[in-house]
Design a protein around this ligand. Structure first.
Ligand code: NAD
Length: 285
């Protein structure tokens, strides 16, 4: 039997409608500034998407572009002045940055109350202390989809594949707070030949590895809820055109799972909605 497809689009629209209603009550619209260093196609595409979504809900958006020759010290100075600007509510650093810039240093310089992407160490610390609203947008989006499955998390077997700071680790921490029995797998698990042993145990499987088709149909338990965070560009062998796929072999997994999120159209739209929500919360605070 085919799994229920859990689409992110309608949930994102609902979140955006709630944000819009809140913004209508405010004296001035929230303001989000994106900092971009150099010119990267991916970062530019993401910025365009942010600008469009902000416009939809009434958030003022500014893309601050810097030459890829800017020194780290000068960039930190620019971030500091955004921290001090009372008209700026949220700051986001577009990734990737050039090699001579340490992204972690820049992220740590963004004032925690303006860090709407949840990448400052203070906010990651707040996630540990049980503040889901401080988590990175992608982690919040994945957890929102887990909630949408309606599965009782208390004592449920949750397996997270991937342990990055922006997805795997915060997702695991947030679900631990719901008393799920949470395991985190990563490249070490795969290299030890143990990945399947863990994934087949999951009632809820969240995959954020950046490896197209990593999770095959025979690596999951019948009826499991699968949240696929992966976004990978691959070449379609039949058409030769490039397309976006997740980390889960969708065609196989959809025949085994109970619920599955599509790629594109699953976690992605909700991640953007969460960025808008974090900006609203920052402005209200
Ligand atoms: P990352 O590269 O920082 O981390 C990857 C993680 O996967 C690491 O923990 C690594 O050990 C693990 N991993 C890699 N290969 C593995 C394997 N063969 N077996 C098991 N584990 C393996 O990645 P990230 O930034 O967390 O992103 C993960 C994926 O999520 C990417 O595809 C990225 O494009 C996507 N992503 C999606 C959104 C969204 O809005 N949907 C946002 C951010 C990232």
């Amino acid at each position: 039997m085919s799994a229920k497809i859990l689409e992110g689009g309608p949930i994102a629209e609902q979140i955006k409608a709630e944000i819009m209603a809140e913004i209508e009550q405010m004296a001035r619209p929230p303001c989000l500034v994106a900092v971009m260093v150099g010119d990267n196609t991916g970062a530019r595409m993401y910025a365009k998407m942010q600008a469009k979504s902000c416009e939809e809900v009434g958030i003022a958006y500014e893309l601050k572009e810097f030459s890829d020759e800017i020194s780290e010290a000068d960039l930190l100075g620019e971030v500091q002045s955004l921290n001090e600007d009372a008209n700026v509510d949220g700051i986001i650093l577009q990734m990737p940055v050039p090699e001579h810039i340490n992204a972690r240093t820049v992220q740590a310089t963004i004032a925690p109350q303006k860090d709407v992407d949840g990448v400052n160490p203070t906010n990651l610390g707040r996630v540990v202390m049980g503040h889901p609203e401080a988590a990175p947008c992608t982690a919040q989006a994945a957890v929102r989809l887990v909630e949408e499955t309606g599965i009782d998390l208390y004592g449920a077997e949750v397996v997270v594949v991937g342990h990055s700071e922006i997805v795997g680790k915060p997702v695991a921490l947030l679900l631990l707070d719901e008393f799920a029995t949470t395991s985190v797998c990563h490249i070490g698990t795969s290299d030890a030949g143990m990945l399947e042993e863990h994934t087949t145990r999951a009632d809820i499987l969240i995959v954020a590895a950046g490896v197209p088709g990593l999770i095959k149909g025979n690596m999951i338990k019948p009826g499991v809820a699968v949240i696929d965070v992966g976004i990978n560009r691959v070449k379609d062998p039949e058409t030769g055109k490039s397309k976006t796929v997740g980390d889960v072999a969708f065609d196989e997994a959809v025949e085994v799972a109970g619920i599955i999120t599509p790629v594109p159209g699953g976690v992605g739209p909700i991640t953007t909605a969460m960025l808008l929500q974090s900006t609203l919360l920052a402005a209200q605070a």
